[in-house]
Design a protein around this ligand. Structure first.
Ligand SMILES: [Zn+2]
Length: 157
């Protein structure tokens, strides 16, 4: 799903995809930019960059500890996630959206900033009824689901 035409390059070969703005990689890119610009509160991010330890997971851990630079990066990713969620609400009118992967493990740190943007871009009444929640199985949900599918295909028990 493209959220910004001609935007950041994506691993799929296109540009401006949601994945390029709301993912662990996007979190790393935003954090690097903040550290490079010397943005207020970005000292811990800059220290991670110098040690070559700056990635999405590390930024997420810093955000959970309340680091202001990491929180700014997570909030930006959350707002982009909200753009994508608004479109999903308009197209599919879901009762619930479950956010998995690394971003889902950040819970309200990322979903909190996502919801107001989803509300801005989504249409009523869909946007008023949808619940946005983190995946209960966290970052392992995809792998566990694939394993369960294979188990069932093989006859399970
Ligand atoms: Zn893409």
């Amino acid at each position: 799903m493209v959220v910004r035409a001609g935007g950041e390059p994506c691993r799929c070969g296109s540009r401006g995809c949601l994945e390029a703005y709301a993912s662990g990689r996007a979190l790393e890119r935003l954090a690097r930019n903040l550290a490079h610009e010397g943005a207020p509160g970005s000292r811990a991010l800059a220290e991670l960059a110098v040690r070559d330890e700056l990635d999405g997971e590390a930024v997420g851990r810093l955000a959970q500890q309340g680091d202001p630079g990491a929180l700014a990066a997570v909030e930006e990713v959350g707002r982009w996630l909200g753009v994508g969620l608004g479109s999903l609400v308009n197209i599919f009118n879901p009762e619930m959206i479950v956010v998995g992967g690394g971003l889902g493990t950040l819970g309200e740190l990322v979903l909190g900033p996502a919801r107001p943007v989803m509300i801005q871009t989504g249409l009523s009444p869909n946007k008023d009824a949808v619940r946005v929640v983190p995946a209960a199985l966290g970052n392992k949900a995809g792998a566990l689901g694939a394993g369960l599918l294979a188990w069932e295909e093989l006859g399970g028990c």
